[in-house]
Design a protein around this ligand. Structure first.
Ligand code: HEC
Ligand code: HEC
Length: 508
């Protein structure tokens, strides 16, 4: 290594922070290899410019095609079913996909000569996040050894000798970096948390000494204080629907649709009538799925939500109590989500298999998403159709009643009686399909129904985090709200943690 010691880098070696995807042109074969040195183009420009003092880089390669943006490390667990149907193929333990799958390499390359050296080549392992030490003599990185499930911190000399494991345990340690005081900072899933997107494991910041000992959290978490008299996490069917039942549903239900509005809690294939109404009519300003985020003050959240105005007494006398208003406000300001439990993820949706072709034939020339004499006829896309199916009372589905003649229980709102009566063949087919989904809902349940049991991924993770007992029987009931609460309380900042942290704080 004979570079000038100028430039921002203390050594001439630089670690590429992002792993480089394994491509044939970049991937070294065995031992030493020579790639074409750059004489022109962007690399040459860099080497003569910002990388002037740099000769070599260190990088990790990974095998692409087994990744998902939720697979940041560890595993992505909800990709189930027969191997052939899984997006990522088969994986060893039968039900979880590991990110950065088999085939990890740590490489060192001279950008000027093109010479490449393979420091680690583990066909069953995974390598990521290399960092070169300030002294230019060793490399710190995260490594999952072939045949093992978790990533840990390792060090190796820059010539590939003295591979040393620094951390161990059942959780993943990733993205390490050397600190100026000689310690190491890294992300770790030893915090034992997942996020609601496919139960992906997440990491928080930790630090340890240079030999991997004395692991502790980087910062104690803030103390969490519960808000008096409202649940810690709000759940639409449990906490908000009863408020609508008290103040709105008498005028807004499947039979009395004042202003064409239904705020009843009847189940639809996903969500409920009321939740769809709220979303479709934009009654809460939650900013979801908007391609921008830089908003003017008070244009998002409860202060900008019509639902709060409609329930302040000005609309047909509907006036919430102070506690109801508080709940509704907090529900909106915590994103107005439908389920208030992680257990709802990946289950409880029962799409109706509607006879779409026949429907488009018989309804389609009006239902084109355009205005007909000033009246908008919805387009028959999936959300529009599914959200108008009522699984709690199939015959009350708007999809059946809008085109049905009034004298046969319909609403007759299509402008002509498309279904003269309920013997109509298409009416029967649609009703049959809706009843099919209703039966599945009643058998397999949803999080807000008695007898609901969460899917195996939720149960597996909660056992792994020791929130549910390891020997929980396959049919034992699970109170998901209590389980969730034990789970999130497990990362609350407690007195014992405070003491543990103080004991190590002199080492910071
Ligand atoms: C006593 C009957 C009654 C009650 C109670 C009632 N509404 Fe209404 N609502 C109506 C009528 C009538 C209309 C149509 C005419 C109008 O807009 O006033 C309407 C219209 C609406 C509309 C559509 C028009 C708009 O402004 O967007 C929404 C949304 C709505 N109501 C929400 C609610 C909510 C939320 C509640 C409960 C907090 C509620 N309503 C309570 C009678 C009622
Ligand atoms: C003659 C044209 C016409 C035909 C045929 C027709 N519709 Fe409609 N439909 C309309 C119009 C216009 C509206 C809007 C009425 C309004 O909002 O005042 C409507 C409203 C609806 C709505 C209510 C949407 C909402 O949420 O407000 C549903 C559901 C519906 N139609 C379903 C059907 C189905 C299913 C068929 C076929 C079996 C059908 N329609 C056939 C014209 C038609």
């Amino acid at each position: 290594m004979n570079a000038k010691s100028t430039g921002p880098w203390p050594t001439k070696m630089l670690a590429i922070l992002v792993s480089i995807i394994w491509t044939t042109s970049l991937c070294p074969v065995r031992g030493k290899d020579v790639a074409k040195p750059a004489s022109s183009g962007l690399l040459a420009q860099m080497l003569n410019g910002p990388l002037e003092g740099v000769d070599e880089i260190v990088f990790a390669t990974r095998v692409s095609g087994r990744d998902h943006w939720y697979v940041s490390f560890g595993y992505y667990s909800c990709d189930t079913g027969p191997a052939a149907e899984r997006s990522f193929g088969d994986y060893p333990d039968g039900e979880t996909l590991r990110g950065y799958g088999d085939g990890g390499r740590l490489c060192r390359m001279n950008l000027r000569s093109g010479e490449m050296q393979l420091l680690i080549d583990d066909p069953q392992g995974g390598v990521r996040d290399p960092q070169v030490h300030y002294d230019g003599k060793k490399i710190l990185f995260s490594y999952r050894k072939g045949g093992t499930p978790t990533y840990h911190l390792y060090e190796i000399n820059i010539d590939g000798t003295e591979l040393t494991q620094l951390t161990d345990g059942p959780d993943d340690d990733i993205e390490p970096t050397y600190l100026p005081d000689g310690g190491i900072m890294f992300g770790s899933s030893r915090c034992r948390r997942f996020v609601n997107c496919w139960y992906s494991r997440v990491a928080t910041l930790y630090r340890c000494d240079s030999d991997g000992s004395n692991i502790r959290m980087k910062h104690p978490p803030n103390k969490v204080a519960a808000i008096h008299d409202v649940p810690s996490v709000l759940d639409f069917p449990r906490d908000i629907q009863p408020i609508l039942n008290n103040h709105c549903v008498e005028c807004h239900n499947p039979d009395r649709r004042d202003g064409k509005v239904d705020l009843s809690g009847d189940h639809t294939p996903k969500y409920s009538n009321s939740y769809w109404t709220i979303v479709r009519r934009g009654l809460v300003a939650d900013g979801r799925n908007q391609p921008y985020s830089n908003r003017a003050p008070r244009t998002i959240g409860s202060s900008a939500s019509r639902l709060m105005q409609l329930s302040d007494g000005s609309h047909h006398g509907a006036k919430l109590t102070a506690l109801e208003r508080k709940k509704m406000r907090l529900w909106i300001d915590t994103s107005a989500t439908y389920p208030g439990t992680y257990a709802a993820l990946g289950c409880g949706m029962y799409p109706v298999a509607l006879p779409l072709k026949t429907m488009v034939n018989q309804c389609g020339n009006c239902h084109d998403g355009k205005s007909h004499e000033g009246r908008m006829a919805i387009k028959f896309d999936s959300n529009n159709l599914q959200s108008r199916c009522n699984l709690s009372q199939p015959e009350k589905s708007l999809l059946l009643r809008a085109p049905l003649a009034k004298e046969h229980g319909g609403l007759g709102i299509c402008g002509q009686d498309v279904f003269e009566n309920t013997d109509d063949a298409l009416y029967r087919m649609m009703l049959h399909a809706i009843q099919g989904s209703a039966n599945r809902l009643n058998t397999d349940k949803r999080f807000d129904m008695p007898g609901f049991r969460p899917n195996k991924h939720y149960i597996r993770e909660m056992k792994r985090f020791e929130i549910l007992p390891a020997d929980l029987g396959p049919n034992e009931p699970i109170n998901v709200y209590e389980t969730d609460e034990r789970y999130w309380r497990s990362f609350w900042y407690t007195a014992e943690q405070a003491t543990a942290f103080d004991q190590t704080s002199d080492k910071r």
